[in-house]
Each structure stands twice: as structure tokens, then as C-alpha cells.
Design a protein around this ligand. Structure first.
Ligand code: AMP
Length: 417
């Protein structure tokens, strides 16, 4: 497989798919992390004497053009960070001349790829379209998507995908375009490569024992992940609001704690599956409960299965913290997705902090730790632990699909699996 490090971009034009879908307030970028994350890749290409055609989506535009989602708004900041005056192509599907004119060391930013429905390959239908019209439109968009993809590919000599956040989508610029380049001319960017290696270290080249910590609010949103992990992990810690569905399924009293009553059966099935697979399922034994859902509520510690009516569990208790920390510290591979409680409230953040610190200690001791999926990233940020874990994924949905065991189209298009 080709790699960005080995590839010499001198005299080449590279089509680089990045994720510049940055949060904006009016025309101001409120967090430029995603742009900064792609800089090593872009800078390497320019330093080699290549030129870059930078392509991204932003938001969910429903028409072309849509001024609310124009990438022109981020152009000055991209230029500033990259250290070159980046040119702009106001129509991503009509940029052949601008791309052809690029000289070594120059950069061109294409307008939002999603202005074209062809990027996602989903037809934009008028309200009330008949089934027949829908079927027609679906067929038509698949055809025009081929042309759109070929146009994008025609701008460049090589293709670099550095947008892990969209790797789970089989879109024109994230997966389909790769077919237009031979093996030696397509590769991951540095960011994507780091994400892919991190997932691989956890899911395939696993050092044991492997402990996954699944927290957060809903079992239903994490079933596929839990099921997949049950054939991979040695220890599965279930925590956060979703642990109460398990506690109730086992006959415990959970008061007003979060619970998905339609998932009680499933919780029992997962417990059985863990047993059958020889996985140690670790559930909380005590909880910090509150008489209201707010930071200043009255609190007490109780066994997890003895939460009185009118009270709700908002974090784990000290006994659970000690049990979790012991399991985590003895691990060689750790995956953390989801907090142990309502960490946004200071008074219910202690459990998540303890878990984060245990992961940091294990990492210091040689374990590989991957933290990913929305709120756990917010946790490590809040507790200042970003540099104490092995890798914090920027992937969100893409990471979750990878740990569900799915093949991600953006990865497959380059690596072949
Ligand atoms: P998720 O998006 O499913 O990963 O869930 C993350 C959210 O779960 C965070 O906003 C937490 O505040 C919330 N959460 C974690 N534990 C609890 C709990 N015991 N009760 C209610 N919400 C919780």
C-alpha cells in the first residue's frame, strides 16, 4: 500500500479530501481543530514541491449554491494556517482550469462538495414525489454521480484521503474517487493513517488483556458495538446511565434512573453472551444518586440495585470506581466510549475523572488506549488527559462504525479491506 511518507509529490497535483466541516458562528470559525489536523498532510505535499486541490464538505446544504455553507468563509483562515495564499474554486465541479493552472507549492480550495447531491449520491426530491419519480431520481443520481466523481478525479495525479470523520460514507470524494487512481497513486493522509492504526491496534493487533469501557446514556445506541466487542474483549465495563438497564434486568431497584424498558431482555442476552464468550462483564456496584437532575441536588451513595423511588443514579460510587480502576490498570489495550455519569455536572464527574486517570496510569505503564466517540473526548479534554492517553479519535460516527466491526468505505477504497 502506498503511504504519504514514502510518496514524492514533486511536480504532482494531489486531490486531498479533508474534513473542514468546522463549527461556525456566522462567518467566524469557533473551533479550527479539524483544519489544523489536516495541516501535516497538506504541508508535506507542498514541501515536496507538489500542489494541492483541497476538497471538503461543510454542513448539510440542500441546494447549489448555498451561501450559509460556503467554504469561502474559511478560505482566509486556511491560507493563514497553511502559510500560502490558497486559491478558491467557486464551483467544485468546474475547477479543471484552476487545477491545471496550479504550480508546485500552490493550493486550491474547492467549494463545498455537498452543494452537489452527487457527492452523497442522494437525490434531492420535491415534496410529494411519487414512488416512480423517486425511483427515477435515484437511478439518475447514481449515473450523474459517476460523472461528478470522474470530474473530481480528473483534476489530479494522485488521491489522498485525510477525512476519517467521513470514512464511513461511500461518497464520491471519500470512496468512489479512489477507483480512478491506481494503487501507487492513492493513500491515506497522516491523520487518517493515525486513526486507522489506532483502530487496528485495538480491534485486530490487540495486546491483552483488552478492556472496553462503554458508558453514556443509551444501550440502544451502542448495541452493535457491545455485541461486536463481546467477541473481542477480555473485560467489558458497562457504566453510565445505560448500566441501569442491566441492573434492572438483573432484578435491581433503580428508582428513577435512566432505563430503557424495552431493552431489558437484550441486556440479559448480552450478559449471557458475555458469559458464553468468557468475557468478564463489569457492572457498577454502587451509585451516586440525586433527588433531582441537577448539579446541586441532594446526593447519597447507595448500592446500584437499591436506588429509592424519587432518586436517580447520576454517577458511579467509590466502590465501583475502585473496581473499574483495578481492571483498567491491569489492561494492555483500552477502549473508552462514554462517561460513567453526567460528567457535565461537576458533582457527578468524579467517576469519569477516575476512569480517565486510571486509563492514563495504564497508558503510562505501557497500555495502548483509544478514546473516542463524542462525550468521552469531551471528558479527556475536561480533565486535561488528552496527552496522557495513546490516542483520542476525531472520528465520531466513523470510529463507532469501525468498532462495530464494519468495513469503512473510505478505508476500503484505499487499503482494500
Ligand atoms: P452518549 O451520547 O450515549 O455517549 O451519552 C453521553 C451522555 O450520557 C452524557 O451527556 C452524560 O451526561 C449522559 N449520562 C451518563 N450517565 C448518565 C446517567 N447516569 N444519567 C443520565 N445521563 C447520563
Amino acid at each position: 500500500m502506498q503511504t504519504i511518507e514514502k510518496f514524492n509529490f514533486a511536480g504532482k497535483k494531489a486531490f486531498v479530501r479533508v474534513d473542514f466541516n468546522v463549527p461556525m458562528n456566522e462567518a467566524i470559525i469557533t473551533d479550527d481543530t479539524r483544519i489544523r489536523a489536516a495541516l501535516p498532510t497538506l504541508k508535506k505535499i507542498l514541501a515536496d514541491g507538489g500542489s494541492v486541490i483541497i476538497a471538503s464538505h461543510m454542513g448539510r446544504p440542500k441546494k447549489n449554491p448555498d451561501s450559509k455553507y460556503t467554504l469561502q468563509a474559511i478560505l482566509p483562515h486556511v491560507s493563514k494556517l497553511l502559510g500560502v495564499e490558497v486559491k478558491f474554486a467557486a464551483d467544485c465541479a468546474d475547477a479543471a482550469a484552476a487545477a491545471a493552472a496550479l504550480q508546485p507549492g500552490e493550493a486550491l480550495l474547492l467549494e463545498n462538495l455537498r452543494f452537489y447531491a452527487e457527492e452523497e449520491g442522494k437525490a434531492r426530491l420535491a415534496d410529494g414525489a411519487s414512488d416512480e419519480e423517486k425511483a427515477e431520481a435515484k437511478k439518475a443520481i447514481k449515473e450523474s454521480q459517476k460523472t461528478f466523481t470522474a470530474t473530481l478525479a480528473s483534476y489530479a495525479d494522485c488521491y489522498v484521503n485525510d477525512a476519517f470523520g467521513t470514512a464511513h460514507r461511500a461518497h464520491a470524494s471519500t470512496a468512489l474517487i479512489a477507483k480512478h487512481f491506481d494503487e501507487s497513486n492513492k493513500m491515506f493522509g497522516y491523520l487518517m493513517e493515525k486513526e486507522v492504526i489506532a483502530v487496528q491496534k485495538v480491534m485486530t493487533d490487540t495486546a491483552r488483556p483488552f478492556t472496553a469501557i462503554m458508558g453514556g446514556s443509551k444501550v440502544s445506541s451502542k448495541i452493535d458495538i457491545i455485541e461486536n466487542l463481546l467477541s473481542k474483549v477480555d473485560n467489558l465495563i458497562i457504566t453510565g446511565g445505560m448500566s441501569f438497564t442491566f441492573v434492572k434486568a438483573l432484578g435491581g431497584q433503580i428508582g428513577n434512573s435512566l432505563c430503557e424498558d424495552d431493552k431489558l431482555e437484550l441486556a440479559l442476552e448480552l450478559i449471557d453472551k458475555a458469559k458464553a464468550n468468557g468475557v468478564k462483564l463489569v457492572l457498577p456496584v454502587d451509585a451516586k444518586i440525586a433527588d433531582a437532575f441537577n448539579n446541586d441536588a441532594n446526593t447519597q451513595f447507595v448500592p446500584d440495585n437499591e436506588v429509592p423511588e424519587g432518586w436517580l443514579g447520576l454517577d458511579i460510587g467509590p466502590k465501583t470506581e475502585a473496581i473499574f480502576a483495578e481492571v483498567i490498570k491491569a489492561s494492555k489495550t483500552i477502549l473508552w466510549n462514554g462517561p460513567t455519569g453526567v460528567f457535565e455536572f461537576e458533582n457527578f464527574s468524579h467517576g469519569s475523572r477516575t476512569v480517565g486517570e486510571a486509563i492514563a496510569a495504564a497508558t503510562k505503564n505501557g497500555a495502548f488506549s483509544l478514546v473516542g466517540g463524542g462525550d468521552s473526548v469531551a471528558c479527556v479534554n475536561k480533565f486535561g488527559l488528552v496527552d496522557s492517553v495513546s490516542y483520542v479519535s476525531t472520528g465520531g460516527g466513523a470510529l463507532l462504525e469501525a468498532i462495530e466491526g464494519r468495513v469503512l468505505p473510505g478505508i476500503e477504497a484505499i487499503r482494500g479491506f
